[in-house]
Design a protein around this ligand. Structure first.
Ligand code: ADP
Ligand code: ASP
Ligand code: MG
Length: 402
């Protein structure tokens, strides 16, 4: 007997049939004597559909109103799931983010959880209710609804598991677990039995949307027992934990991210302090810079190129243009027609030649590399947009991650 948090993603709750299947998983866990907290996403493509509805009305809707709109998606699935479970003869109650005590900061559309006051949840568990909480949402200090960013229901689930000291947090989705890469891109991708928090965090941050990256961050911080598995097949999933027993597999996984843009600042005066100026300006505005490349100085000038998230591109360009005099450069250019492909593995650090093997795979596939970045556990390359799936498959085959 323990406390289990189970999260179900959009495809797992998309219609009545799926809701009944999910209710079966939940009630089986309950029947086995566990307390169960359930976190749900909006049904199917509901969140995308709501965003489309807003776009029909406004090009630039207020973020507060967007959060008010998007939080309705999760309320639909939570209430429907509570009804489904009740129909099966079990006690269930649905709670919104604010009823569940999910306190966030004030950043609409991309809030962070500050604190959870779980009293109501614990009281409902005491009454032997199955508690269903809307994922992806919370409430800020102004009593306004907030959302945690796309894919944020995973983070709601892990945060609740940490706050309520759950024994296990299960993320149910539409694949059997975490694979070496997206199995929809590379059908020969292999399911991993285990992956470390650090590797999973890198993969999620580099574009593998099977888990929201902040959910992994929280799981690591609070040592949450985390498992990713299928709501359809019942197969054993992937365990995400501190250290894995599969010793230092060179490359654990491959991720791609199309949501990147490259900015190039050319003919910068070749004197100390220029990089500092540029990147401190961007940091002050909370713009994350990823891959950075600086050319060797020639004729007293140099060029600096770097990547940012596509959503932050305009803001970054404005900052650089508005500070042209302070930075001192000749030309500013950008492109959004690039993608980032990365390999991740804790064993990489002790295995020279991993990067070379990745580059060979890209060469074999005739893919040109524009930029490269490496760290102890990852290598990322920037390539032309449209070639990323080909690149993922080529790397998957080269490393024989099968
Ligand atoms: P949910 O709605 O359940 O949250 P998501 O669509 O957010 O589901 O995440 C699951 C999807 O993540 C899978 O359908 C798969 O296409 C994609 N994915 C990307 N990278 C991976 C990976 N390495 N392993 C498994 N799935 C991945
Ligand atoms: N419904 C939200 C989204 O589509 C949150 C989630 O699914 O995790 O992004
Ligand atoms: Mg998701």
């Amino acid at each position: 007997m323990g406390l289990v948090v189970q999260k179900f993603g959009g495809s797992s709750v998309k219609d009545a049939e799926c809701l009944r299947r999910v209710a079966g998983i939940i009630t089986n866990t309950y029947k086995a004597g566990n307390n169960v907290i359930v976190v749900v996403s909006a049904q199917g493509d509901t969140t995308d559909d709501l965003i489309e509805k807003a776009k029909e009305i406004s090009k630039n809707p207020s973020k507060r109103e967007m959060d008010m709109l998007l939080t309705t998606g999760e309320q639909i699935s939570a209430s429907l799931l509570a009804m489904t479970i009740a129909e099966m003869g079990y006690p269930a109650i649905s709670l919104t983010g604010w009823q569940a005590g999910m306190m966030t900061n004030s950043t609409y559309s991309n809030s962070r959880i500050k604190k959870i006051n779980p009293e109501r949840i614990l009281a409902e568990l005491d009454k032997k209710n199955i508690v269903i909480v809307t994922g992806f949402q919370g409430i800020n200090k102004y009593d306004d609804m907030t959302t945690l960013g796309r894919g944020g229901s995973d983070t709601s689930a892990v945060a609740l598991a940490a706050a309520c000291h759950a024994d296990l947090c299960e993320i149910y989705t539409d694949v059997d677990g975490v694979y070496t890469t997206d199995p929809r891109i590379a059908p020969n991708a292999k399911k991993l039995d285990e992956i470390s928090y650090d590797e999973m965090l890198e993969l999620a941050s580099l574009g593998a949307n099977v888990l929201h990256n902040r959910s992994v961050e929280l799981a690591k911080k609070y040592n949450v027992n985390l498992c990713v598995r299928s709501s359809i097949t019942g197969a054993e999933g992937t365990i995400v934990k501190e250290v894995t027993t599969v010793e230092s597999m060179m490359v654990r996984g491959i991720a791609k991210d199309n949501d990147v843009a490259r900015i190039s600042i050319c003919h910068i005066e070749d004197t100390p302090g220029k990089a500092f100026r540029i990147f401190s300006l961007l940091a002050k505005h909370n713009i994350n810079v990823d891959i950075i490349l600086q050319s060797i100085g020639r004729e007293n000038t140099k060029d600096i190129s770097f990547t940012v998230n596509e959503g932050k591109l305009q803001e970054a360009l404005d900052i650089i243009e508005n500070n042209k005099d302070v930075i001192g450069y000749g030309e500013l250019s950008y492109t959004t027609e690039v993608s980032k492909v990365s390999i991740v593995g804790a064993g990489m650090v002790t295995n020279p030649g991993v990067a070379a093997k990745m580059f060979e795979a890209l060469y074999d596939a005739s893919i040109n590399i524009h930029m490269i970045a490496t760290s102890e556990i990852k290598v990322s390359v920037l390539i032309d947009e449209g070639l990323e799936n080909l690149a993922v498959r080529a790397i998957q085959d080269k490393f024989e991650l099968v």
